[in-house]
Design a protein around this ligand. Structure first.
Ligand SMILES: [Zn+2]
Ligand SMILES: [Zn+2]
Length: 306
């Protein structure tokens, strides 16, 4: 799987960093792409990348602040002309996301050539799609803001060729039955497929957070995640300032990484007052400390494969 960042700035875009948008490429589990937040200019950013809007079949919105949704109506209309024709889309987000999109499209007399299903989250969400399990929980950001925990499907264990040969079954199309079904039949005998396969392999867990100050639900969303995406609007200085504005300071993110046992963290949504050089300098000084957990401050177009 792969995560790509199309915007990494907080509040306003800068010349170097756009507002928020994240693409999650679901390969090898599925050919689809899920977007998380669509800040203004996201469709322009995507034009510089190989991602096709027609492959986007879900858009998750963390919260209704402009730096996370002002690019959504434009991206939806462009999707009609960029491979999305006739391909259904699901938009998941806080209460109000449906009215926001429908009002904008209707007032601008924009027509889409594909259907949209809206799922508005009141407090929390449990959602299944294509073997993926998605859980959303409320964070603490002054307005409803959600964190998403995405669990990729299990993949079936490796086929034990020598065990199958022992019962006389040589490699061939029948192996698909062993791979995909609970039981299979050979020479009039019904076998349990699991006796001829290794253990199923758990897919990665990804945690993607909306804006928030520290809160209890964060640990539930991030628990033992393989990859976490989190905001750090403030990456130096006084921690209380960040929390006064319902945002996170880098120290808050490091505590969460430790308490939730996260493997690796991609940190985004750094304040628009930081230049890329400043972010890089602060990153180096943080990484020189022995207690700093594995993390990366991301830039626009950074990708992370796992
Ligand atoms: Zn924001
Ligand atoms: Zn916000």
């Amino acid at each position: 799987m792969e995560i790509t960042f199309f915007g990494t700035s907080a509040g306003l875009p800068t010349k170097e960093r756009n507002t928020q948008a994240i693409a999650l490429n679901l390969e090898p589990y599925s050919n689809n792409i899920w977007l998380f937040d669509v800040g203004e200019g996201t469709q322009h950013q995507i034009l510089h990348h190989s991602i096709k809007l027609g492959k986007v079949d879900h858009i998750f919105i963390t919260h209704m602040h402009g730096d996370h949704i002002f690019g959504l109506p434009g991206l939806l209309t462009s999707r009609s002309f960029q491979g999305g024709e006739g391909k259904p889309l699901t938009v998941i987000g806080p209460k109000g996301i449906k009215a926001y999109v429908e009002t904008t499209l209707s007032l601008s007399e924009s027509k889409l050539n594909y259907p949209i299903t809206y799922i508005e989250i009141e407090n929390q969400l449990s959602y299944q799609n294509n073997g993926f399990n998605v859980e959303a929980r409320m964070l603490n950001h002054g307005i409803p803001s959600f964190g998403y925990r995405i669990e990729a499907p299990y993949t079936s264990g490796k086929i034990d060729v020598s065990a199958l040969k022992e019962i006389g079954l040589e490699p061939g199309p029948k192996y698909q039955d062993v791979k995909n079904n609970e039981t299979f039949e050979y020479n009039g005998i019904i076998y349990n497929s699991n006796d001829f396969k290794g253990d199923a392999v758990k897919g990665p867990v990804i945690a993607i957070f909306g804006d928030t100050m520290p809160c209890e639900n964060e640990e539930i969303i991030a628990d033992h995640a393989n990859v976490m995406v989190h905001e750090s609007t403030y990456i130096e200085g006084d921690k209380s300032l960040a929390n006064n504005y319902h945002h996170s300071h880098i120290e808050d993110v490091f505590s969460l990484i430790e308490n939730a046992h996260v493997d690796y963290s991609l940190i985004t949504h750094m304040s628009n007052r930081y230049t890329i050089e400043e972010v890089e300098m602060i990153s180096q000084s943080l990484k020189s400390l022995p207690t700093t957990p594995p993390f990366k401050f991301v830039k626009d177009f950074d990708s992370w494969s796992f």
